[in-house]
Design a protein around this ligand. Structure first.
Ligand SMILES: C[S@@+](CC[C@H](N)C(=O)[O-])C[C@H]1O[C@@H](n2cnc3c(N)ncnc32)[C@H](O)[C@@H]1O
Length: 351
């Protein structure tokens, strides 16, 4: 049942949303100017000391700290006129390697404001908007947001949860990372499984160029390759593992992509599907994570799918039941949930 609010209560809700939207810029400034890192583990600190430590202007830093205090990110101590950030907040705000480091999501939000005119147009025309048509803050923000989670969970928990898979990849196998974006997961798998060969495919040539330069920067082994290709037309086959990392729902024809994966997979191979966490019904997704994902789905994932043939527009909150139906329609006989995090569900599909 709708929890109806009075006008005053509802105004309060919207004020806090507008305050959060404006504060998002300040949070990104806090990251880029090293303010959270300087607060991390520092105990109580004055605005002057924080400004000196970070080479920033004290007056701006004091105003920033007051905004952060009002938002509950730091605490203010009136006696000493100082501020502190609890250690428990470090993984979210200051540790770029933490799988719960959320600040890059604001870079994604920034890209959407830049692209607002394009979004207004497609709401009227119903057209799609390709992944590559967005401002580059989207792909860079997504990369930074997802990489720490892949580093923490992909090999140690998700691949490990599929019976016999880690052993097979360690011995040497063929891996495809479809819709690989900037290649964070591709590079990780090539590093962790040096006896295996890994190919990253993506429709967006700009992302593949960045992935190649990331692999060079990481001095990745020579067991990695990247190719511009759609999920429905890459040529190589005989794969032991095909991954779709947070991308199947972005595709115009997810059933077609899964069918192509079935054809490119060995009979004893497996598809690993990493998708946004979601329940199967709208009411199950009425929570802050669902709000976030319905948001990105409306302006990124659904337009991406609508820009391609079929335009199935699964949406980022498709849920396990719908995703399993897609895989079964494509010819997979079994689909099981092998892992989950607060942000993702991980499904393994076998022929
Ligand atoms: C949300 S991003 C995820 C990127 C990467 N897998 C990651 O986790 O960082 C979705 C990616 O899917 C790619 N993509 C969308 N449709 C595709 C298709 N039909 N074939 C191949 N790649 C596709 C986009 O270009 C984009 O790089």
């Amino acid at each position: 049942m709708l929890n109806e609010k009075t006008t005053e209560e509802f105004a309060g809700l919207v004020v806090s949303d507008v305050a959060a939207a404006i504060s998002g810029v300040l949070t990104n400034i806090g990251h880029k100017k090293g303010l959270y890192k300087a607060l991390a583990g520092a105990g109580a600190i004055t605005s002057s000391d924080l400004a000196v430590k970070t080479g920033t202007n004290e007056r701006y830093v004091r105003e920033w700290l007051n905004n952060q205090t009002a938002g509950g990110y730091v605490h203010y101590n009136e006696d000493g006129d100082n501020y502190y950030m609890p250690d428990a907040y470090i993984p979210i705000l200051a540790d770029e390697e933490s799988p719960f480091f959320l600040i890059p999501a604001l870079e994604v939000a920034a890209s959407l404001w830049i692209d607002e005119d394009k979004l207004l147009d497609i709401f009227e025309s119903g057209d799609g908007l390709e992944w590559g048509a967005h401002h580059h803050k989207l792909s860079c923000g997504s990369e930074s947001l997802f990489r720490p989670g892949y580093k923490t969970f992909l090999v140690a928990e998700w691949i490990a949860a599929v019976s016999g898979l880690s052993e097979k990849l360690s011995a040497g196998a063929r891996i495809a990372d479809v819709g690989c974006g900037h290649g964070a997961s591709t590079i990780l798998m090539a590093e962790q499984f040096p006896a295996s060969n890994v190919v990253g495919y993506d429709l967006h040539d700009g992302s593949i160029k960045t992935a190649i330069s990331r692999a060079n920067d990481a001095s990745a082994n020579d067991n990695i390759d990247f190719k511009v290709a759609s999920a429905k037309n890459y040529q190589e086959n005989d794969y032991d593992l095909i991954c779709f990392m947070d991308c199947l729902h972005d595709m115009g024809d997810p059933v077609g992509a899964a069918k192509h994966a079935r054809e490119a997979l060995k009979d004893d191979g497996v598809v690993l599907l990493v998708e946004p966490a979601a329940g199967d019904t709208v009411p199950e997704n009425i929570n802050p994570v669902g709000r976030l994902y319905y948001g990105v789905s409306t302006v990124i994932c659904t337009p991406c799918s609508k820009s391609q043939e079929v335009g199935a527009a699964l949406g980022a909150q498709a849920g396990e039941k719908r995703l399993s139906e897609v895989m079964k329609e494509a010819g997979f006989s079994s689909v099981e949930r092998v892992a989950q995090t607060p942000f993702n569900i991980i499904l393994a599909a076998r022929p």
